[in-house]
Design a protein around this ligand. Structure first.
Ligand code: AMP
Length: 655
C-alpha cells in the first residue's frame, strides 16, 4: 500500500464491542466499509475452518449458538480456576489448556478444536487492523491496545500475544480509564511538576461495570538535546478500582422484560407465567432495550407486542400487550442496580482515601453506553459532587484515548506548544518473589511508574547447586499463597560452588507496557544465567502451533459434558412447565385425543429419569437419546400448550 507513513492505531478491545481509532492529529474512529464504528467482539467458527467476525456473527448467534464465541475477553490470560466464576455466564465451553490455562472448545460444527482466548481475540484484532488499513489507505503494523485497569501481568501479556498473532506489534498497553481520561484531553493540560489532579472514570457498559480513581501527576520537564524540545512526563496512577463483572445496561433490559412478562401473565393467564415462543421472548427483549433507550431522551416510552404471532389457532384475533412506561417507573425498576454501582464507587473512594488525603475530585469521566441513562448521570453527579464529562460518545471514548496515546508515540499528535507529552502508566500490582518461608518479597511496588527496574541478590542453599527456581508473584498480600503466581523462573548454569557462595543478581524489568522480563547473572564469575520462564497463563509460539494441531478428542468430551448440562437445564424447564399445565388442566381431557394426556405423562417420566441420571453423572447419559427425548416431548406438548392458552384466553380459568 502507498500513502502517508504508517500510523500507530489505538484499539479498544472490548468484552462486547471493539473499536479502532487514529489520531492524525485529532483522534477519530476508523469505521468499517459500511460506516459502522463498533465491531461486535463476536467470532463464529465455521466447519470449513473459516471464521465469521463482528456484526454477522452476532446477528446469527442464536442460530449458531454452539459455534459462536462472545465475551472471550473474560478468559484472557486466566486459568480455568480463575475463570470458574465467569464460565456459567459464557455461551461456550471452557476447558483446561497447558498449565491449566482457560481455553475455548470449538465444537465439531465449527471445525472441532480447542483455541486459546488469545487466538479468538487475534481474529477480532485482525479484523480491526484490516478496517483501519482500508480507512487509512496504508498498512498498519503497530497498535496501542487498552485493557481494564485491574488486568494483571498475565492478562496484559495475553493481550499482547493476541496482537502478535494478528500481526500487530502492541507498542503500548494502556489502562482503559487512563485512555478515557486522555480522550477528554485530561493528559494534555500540562501540570506543574508535582501538581496533581484526581479523575474518576465511571464505566458502565452492556454487561460490566468498572470505576477507577486515577491521579494525574505533572512530571519533570526534560530537555531533549539537540531537538531542544521538552518532554513532559505526566503520569497516571490508578489509586483504586472497583466494579461488578456482571452489572450493566443489559440488566436494565432484563428488569423491563420481567415487568412485561409479569403483566402479560396477569392480563392473559391469570397470573401464571406464559410460555412464550422464543421469537416473542426475543421481541420482548428488543422492545425493552428500545424503550430503555427512548427513556434516556423522553419522559415516556410505549411498547406494543403481538403475543400470538404465527402458529397458534387463535392468530386471527391478535392478542396484544400494550404498555406506556414512564421514566419515573423505569427509574424505580433500575434503582437497585444503580445503587449497586454507586456502592462500588463508595468502596473505591474508601480504598483510595489515604492516597486522596482530602484532595478534591477534578473530573468524572463517563464511559460505556449505559451511562447515557439519566438516573445514572444524576446519581454519579450526586455521589462525587461534580457534573460528569459526557461530551464524547461514551462507547468511543476509550478507543479515542488509545488513539491519543498512539498519536503521542507515533509523533502524529502533540499538544499546543509543540511539546510532546510522554504519558506513563504505573505498575498496577506489586511484583515480587516467594521467599523460602512462603512469604511475598516485593521487588517492584505497586504504582511505580513504568518502565521500572529492580534487582535482588540470591545464593544457593546446597553445595554444588547449579540451578534455582524462583516463583514470581503479583499482588499486595503478605503471603505467597494469597498472591497470584505469574510463573516460575529457572536460573540454570550456576557455576558449582559451596552453598551460599554464588552471588546471583536477578533483575526485574517492567517495560512501558507493564510486561515483566527477568535477567540474571552470577556476579563472582560474571556468567549470565539462562532464565527459562514457565509462564502460568502465557502462550508461547510453540503452544499456539501445538494447540492448532491438537486433536479434538478432548474437546469432544468437554462438549458432550457441556451439551448434557444444557440439556438437563432446558429439559428441567420443559418438565416443570408441562407438569404445571397438566396439573391445571387436571381431569378435564376435553379437546385432547384419547390417551394423549397419559402418553405425555409417560414421556415426562422418561425425560425426568434422564435429567436425574445426567445430574448424577454426565458420562452415563447418551446425549443423542436425551436430545431426541426432549425434542419428542416438546413436539408432543404443543397441543397441551395450545389448549391451555386457548382456555385461558376464553377466560374459563384453566391454563
Ligand atoms: P457498551 O457495552 O458500552 O457498548 O454499552 C452497551 C449498553 O449501553 C447496552 O446495554 C445498551 O442498551 C446501552 N445503551 C446504548 N445507548 C443507550 C441510551 N441512549 N440510553 C441508555 N442505555 C443505552
Amino acid at each position: 500500500m502507498t500513502g502517508p507513513p504508517a500510523s500507530i492505531i489505538g484499539i479498544d478491545l472490548g468484552t462486547t464491542n471493539s473499536l479502532v481509532a487514529v489520531a492524525d492529529p485529532r483522534p477519530r474512529i476508523l469505521p468499517d466499509e459500511r460506516g459502522r464504528n463498533m465491531l461486535p467482539s463476536v467470532v463464529r467458527f465455521n466447519a470449513d475452518g473459516s471464521a465469521t467476525v463482528g456484526h454477522e456473527a452476532r446477528e446469527q448467534a442464536v442460530a449458531n449458538a454452539v459455534t459462536t464465541i462472545a465475551g472471550v475477553k473474560r478468559l484472557m490470560g486466566r486459568s480455568v480456576r480463575d475463570a470458574a466464576g465467569d464460565a456459567p455466564f459464557l455461551p461456550f465451553s471452557v476447558v483446561a489448556g497447558e498449565h491449566d490455562t482457560a481455553r475455548v472448545a470449538v465444537p465439531a460444527a465449527g471445525g472441532g478444536r480447542v483455541v486459546s482466548p488469545q487466538e479468538v481475540s487475534a481474529i477480532i484484532l485482525r479484523t480491526l487492523r484490516a478496517q483501519a488499513e482500508r480507512a487509512l489507505g496504508v498498512g498498519v503494523s503497530r497498535a496501542v491496545v487498552t485493557v481494564p485497569a485491574y488486568f494483571d501481568d498475565a492478562q496484559r501479556q495475553a493481550t499482547r500475544d493476541a496482537g502478535r498473532l494478528a500481526g500487530l506489534e502492541v507498542v503500548r498497553i494502556v489502562n482503559e480509564p487512563t485512555a478515557a481520561a486522555l480522550a477528554y484531553g485530561l493528559g494534555s493540560t500540562v501540570l506543574a511538576p508535582g501538581a496533581s489532579r484526581t479523575i474518576i472514570v465511571f464505566d458502565l457498559g452492556g454487561g460490566t461495570f468498572d470505576v477507577s480513581i486515577l491521579r494525574l501527576t505533572g512530571g519533570e520537564t526534560r530537555s531533549h538535546g539537540a531537538e531542544a524540545r521538552a518532554a513532559v512526563s505526566d503520569f497516571f496512577q490508578v489509586l483504586a478500582t472497583a466494579g461488578d463483572t456482571h452489572l450493566g445496561g443489559d440488566d436494565f433490559d432484563h428488569a423491563l422484560v420481567a415487568l412485561f412478562s409479569r403483566e402479560i401473565a396477569e392480563e392473559f393467564n391469570g397470573g401464571e407465567p406464559l410460555d412464550l415462543p422464543p421469537e416473542t421472548r426475543q421481541s420482548l427483549k428488543t422492545f425493552a432495550e428500545a424503550a430503555k433507550i427512548r427513556l434516556s431522551e423522553a419522559d415516556t416510552a410505549s411498547v406494543r407486542i403481538l403475543l400470538n404471532e404465527g402458529g397458534s389457532e387463535n392468530r386471527n384475533t391478535p392478542v396484544v400487550y400494550e404498555r406506556t412506561i414512564t421514566r419515573a417507573e423505569f427509574e424505580s425498576l433500575i434503582g437497585p442496580m444503580v445503587d449497586r454501582a454507586i456502592a462500588c464507587c463508595k468502596r473505591a473512594l474508601r480504598d483510595a482515601k489515604r492516597e486522596l488525603d482530602g484532595a478534591a475530585i477534578d473530573a468524572v469521566v463517563m464511559v460505556g453506553g449505559a451511562t447515557r441513562t439519566p438516573l445514572v448521570r444524576r446519581r454519579v453527579a450526586e455521589v462525587f459532587g461534580i457534573e460528569p464529562y459526557t461530551g464524547l460518545n461514551p462507547d468511543e471514548v476509550v478507543a479515542l484515548g488509545a488513539a491519543v496515546q498512539a498519536g503521542l508515540l507515533a509523533g502524529t499528535a502533540g499538544d499546543e506548544g509543540g511539546r510532546r507529552g510522554l504519558l506513563l502508566d504505573v505498575v498496577p500490582l506489586s511484583l515480587g518473589i516467594e521467599t523460602i518461608g512462603g512469604a511475598m518479597a516485593k521487588l517492584i511496588v505497586r504504582n511505580s511508574t513504568v518502565p521500572a527496574r529492580a534487582h535482588e541478590l540470591f545464593s544457593t542453599s546446597a553445595d554444588g547447586q547449579t540451578s534455582i527456581k524462583l516463583n514470581i508473584l503479583q499482588g499486595e498480600r503478605e503471603m505467597a499463597a494469597d498472591c497470584r503466581s505469574l510463573g516460575t523462573y529457572h536460573l540454570r548454569g550456576i557455576p558449582p560452588m559451596p552453598a551460599g557462595i554464588p552471588r546471583l543478581r536477578v533483575e526485574f524489568l517492567v517495560d512501558a507496557n507493564g510486561v515483566l522480563s527477568v535477567r540474571a547473572a552470577e556476579e563472582r564469575s560474571g556468567k549470565r544465567l539462562d532464565v527459562q520462564i514457565v509462564p502460568n497463563h502465557g502462550l508461547s509460539q510453540e503452544e499456539v502451533e501445538r494447540l492448532e494441531r491438537e486433536s479434538f478428542a478432548h474437546a469432544r468430551e468437554d462438549m458432550t459434558r457441556h451439551r448434557i448440562a444444557d440439556l438437563v437445564a432446558n429439559a428441567r424447564l420443559d418438565v416443570k412447565w408441562i407438569e404445571a399445565t397438566l396439573a391445571r388442566v387436571g381431569a378435564d381431557a376435553g379437546g385432547f385425543e384419547p390417551g394423549y394426556i397419559e402418553g405425555l405423562r409417560e414421556r415426562v417420566a422418561g425425560l425426568r429419569a434422564m435429567i436425574e441420571s445426567g445430574e448424577r453423572d454426565w458420562r452415563g447419559v447418551d446425549a443423542d437419546a436425551f436430545h431426541h427425548a426432549k425434542e419428542e416431548l416438546d413436539r408432543e406438548s404443543v397441543r397441551l400448550h395450545e389448549v391451555a392458552i386457548a382456555r385461558s384466553l376464553r377466560g374459563d380459568g384453566v391454563g
